[in-house]
Write a protein that binds this ligand. Sequence first.
Ligand code: ADP
Ligand code: MG
Length: 356
Amino acid sequence: MSDEKKARTEIQSLGEFGLIERLTKTFRPNQKSTLKAVGDDAAVLEYGDNCLVVTTDMFVEGIHFDLMYSPLKHLGYKSIAANVSDVCAMNAVPRQVTVSIAISNRFSVEALEELYDGIKAACSHYKVDLVGGDTTSSNKGLIISVTAIGETEKSSVTFRSGAKVGDLICCTGDLGAAYLGLQILEREKQIYLANPGVQPDLGERNHLVEKILKPEARTDMVAAFRKNKLIPTSMIDISDGLASEIHHICSQSNVGAYIEESGVPIHPDAQMQAIDFGLDPITCALSGGEDYELLFTIDPEDVDKVKFLPDIYIMGEVVSKEEGIRLHTKGGNIHPITSIGWEHFQPTPNSDQNPN
Ligand code: ADP
Ligand code: MG
């Protein structure tokens, strides 16, 4: 053994994406069928005219969820929905999932059955089959890892890299709600810890708490695209906040983006809750996470195909890389959108803003 000390690089100095890049950059595909390996919402494997897409996400207790306010059934549902969302981001139809769990003896069989009730509800909602997994022990916390497999024709796959100057930037649903729902749950947790006799007050803004505890993947949108013969030029799901996701599309497509604040959909409950918390609603939309909506770009010639679809919002335009990634605020100012995503907020103890 040599006495020479190897240089030590701290993970923080690379960040999540820098770390993935460093660990995987020397891998080259050995298989002709590997159309897309690391770097998109899912890997794309080509078999004849069809492609399979494969994606994995892991959920760690204390990092991604807090069992004080996440019922196990909801957690099971969400772990499937989050993976199905990555399948949707490739414009594919989900088919199968595998589920692996690491558990400690803190959990009873009945508790794990609750988790699987949620997994089953999601499988039946998204019409996917649970086809396997793995079960092992953990020292303390619960870890859930889900892999989802989807299918589509090769001509329909949407990558993060296909946006072109002049394309319209669109998104589905509404943004920022999950982050605000999480803040409500964290607030109630702190109140409960201080005084266990107090009943939680989740308020009237159910949409926010539902978005964080039981999000839905937008399989309905992928179906609507199909029905309208629309193939977005690029697509990503919004799991880490709009700012982070638009940066992924722009860097992989080698373009910039110009977004109108007034075009970013924010639910009225989110608007009001943000103000109650002293936050700017647009900051919640840009930097909050876990909305699981779709961010996509379309050729302007396809605008009629989305115009009459419900729940789709056109919020900006793809511009040249030199113009950068900018937000035109309601007040008339133009700001660069930084991709700090989840780092933007002071993390709450168990918030997932968003290490995935
Ligand atoms: P998403 O947020 O859409 O789930 P991620 O940011 O988790 O995507 O991952 C980005 C890309 O990096 C994906 O292609 C994913 O498969 C890949 N990836 C993430 N972690 C690893 C890893 N440890 N080894 C290999 N590939 C990874
Ligand atoms: Mg994704």
